[in-house]
Design a protein around this ligand. Structure first.
Ligand code: MN
Length: 529
């Protein structure tokens, strides 16, 4: 059982209030889950305690760690939301509520909806900390997946691969992404996982020895340039990502050059390019394999120089060069900024920018959600000494976005927000269908299949029969009742919101010259009857 001392031990410079909050949440959650057991037979409380420790390891603030301790307390335990709010405040309740809500969306293995579900989760989360608690929760659940009944394991593992690992990736939390993938892989495809593990093991031995020599040689050369304060580490490619790459390379391990990569972590950006020069002077680079993710960072904020070189000692290897800050960000992503204690005025400036310019983009909506917690951290931090600036990449994103949006005002910006004009609804099986707002059961039916739309008899929302002009809301479960004899009526054209539905209705009514494709499609159905 993870002790409260272990959790606090992982926290970055906690204040006495931070410690008191975590201790209180620990005791409360422990009491709440008393008597409950996990599939493993362990006390249930081992789970929230482990989740909280993961959050502490990822540098999260005390409120988030406390929320991790209490994340299952409302759902499974007997503590009420009112009591949580009274004891721990609105903010913590907000995170716990968010995590609970996310738990209701389940992935049923329909790949076409994976992207919608990922978006839905990101949208519902609305505070980035909700997602991070959910990821930590998922990590511990994956670590204990072997105890879960067999028929549930695969679905949970698939959901982890398709939904949660990509979210971790999008948030730039590379460490979490790889961990989740490699925990899930053996449950999704045990044979392939064993095969890839074997292949990687063979390669690891041979490259590790070689890389040690490369490292030594590089160290000597860098010292000549006066660069002595750097460190290296060897990163092995994750099993799942290696598996994906092997599939692309026809299972030929010799075509994969980044199974092992040597990471060189240096103090400054200048040092990065100097190191790159040294590397290329020592070893011949493979043409076309050099990538400057410092000048051109990945959308999730990842930065590094990547080059693939031919070494006499280790054959073809990838070398990644980055600063300490880039390294931290590559592992913890958005989470790495949660532990910033002092953010000073920069945050306020950024918030202004965000207010003006950043309401309209899907990819940046998470930055917006990050702002309140940054603000809070900066206030709590107090002092004012050693002010840490807003991470430059975050500020850059704000700038980059400002250019795209120009001077559009808040309302206009809001209209463009993907989530402000989409609604996510579910099939009874839990598939997510995303539709424009003001969509109706008619749109829903046609979004699933034109045949279902053409034979729409009735619709249920959350189990209750509704009229066809009912506007669907986020998270509702919609069931379509189908009857062979049912047929679209002209009135449907006024009700349907999507052009897809309207096109199909018109075509079914024989109103307009349908496209070749849909005409064929129609006659096919007519013939069937
Ligand atoms: Mn949980």
């Amino acid at each position: 059982m993870t002790t409260v001392k272990e959790i606090i031990g992982e926290m970055v410079a906690p204040s006495s209030e931070d410690i008191a909050l975590v201790e209180k949440a620990y005791e409360c959650a422990k009491k709440t889950h008393e008597g409950q057991v996990r599939y493993s037979g362990e006390p249930y409380f081992t789970h929230p305690a482990a989740t909280a420790k993961i959050l502490a390891e990822y540098g999260m603030d005390a409120t988030t760690i406390a929320a991790g301790l209490l994340h299952d307390a409302v759902e499974d335990g007997c503590i009420s939301r009112v009591n949580i709010e009274k004891e721990f405040g609105k903010e913590l309740l907000f995170i716990v509520d968010g995590v609970t809500k996310l738990g209701t969306h389940k992935y049923r293995g329909a790949e076409r909806h994976a992207e919608s579900l990922r978006r839905l989760l990101v949208a519902t989360a609305s505070d980035i900390r909700v997602l991070i608690v959910k990821l930590a929760d998922r990590k511990h659940n994956m670590q204990t997946l072997e105890y879960v009944p067999e028929h549930k394991r695969r679905r949970i593992a698939l959901e982890t691969l398709e939904i949660y690992a990509p979210i971790a990736d999008r948030l730039g939390i590379g460490k979490m992404k790889n961990t989740l993938e490699d925990l899930a892989f053996p449950f999704v495809d045990p044979d392939a996982a064993a095969h890839v593990a074997e292949v990687r093991k063979l390669k690891t031995k041979e490259t590790e020895d070689g890389l040690a020599k490369v490292r030594k040689e590089l160290k000597q050369q860098l010292a000549k340039k006066g660069l002595t304060t750097f460190r290296t580490d060897i990163r092995m490619k994750g099993l799942w990502s290696l598996h994906q790459k092997l599939k692309r390379k026809h299972d030929d391990i010799n075509l994969i050059h980044d199974i092992a990569a040597l990471r060189v972590i240096v103090p400054t950006i200048e040092d990065c390019y100097a190191t790159l020069g040294t590397v290329h002077a020592l070893y011949k680079p493979l043409p076309g394999e050099f990538k400057d993710y410092i000048a051109f960072q990945k959308p999730n904020g990842y930065q590094s120089l990547h080059t693939t070189v031919v070494t006499p000692e280790a054959g073809i290897v990838e070398i990644q060069i980055r600063t300490e800050e880039m390294h931290r960000r590559a592992q913890f992503g958005i989470a790495s900024h949660m532990s910033y204690k002092q953010l000073g005025k920069e945050v306020e400036k950024l918030e202004e920018k965000v207010q003006k310019n950043m309401f309209s983009s899907l990819s940046f909506s998470w930055i917006r959600s990050l702002i309140p917690s940054l603000m809070k951290v900066s206030k709590d931090g107090g002092g004012g000494s050693g002010v840490t600036k807003v991470p430059p990449w975050l500020a850059e994103l704000a700038d980059a976005h400002a250019e795209v949006i120009g001077s559009e005002d808040f309302v206009d910006g809001l209209k463009e927000d993907f989530f402000s004009h989409r609604v996510f609804v579910f099939t009874p099986k839990g598939d997510v269908i995303d539709l424009p707002t003001a969509s109706t059961p008619i749109d829903f039916a046609y979004a699933i299949h034109s045949d279902l739309g053409d034979h729409l008899q009735g619709a249920k929302v959350n189990g209750k029969l509704v009229s066809f002009d009912t506007v669907l809301g986020n998270g509702e479960i919609v069931e379509i009742l189908r009857r062979d004899g049912a047929h679209p009526s002209p009135k449907w054209l006024e009700i349907a919101r999507t052009s897809l539905a309207r096109r199909c209705i018109r075509s079914a009514l024989g109103m307009t010259e349908p496209t070749k494709k849909s005409r064929r499609h129609r006659s096919h159905h007519v013939n069937k009857k």
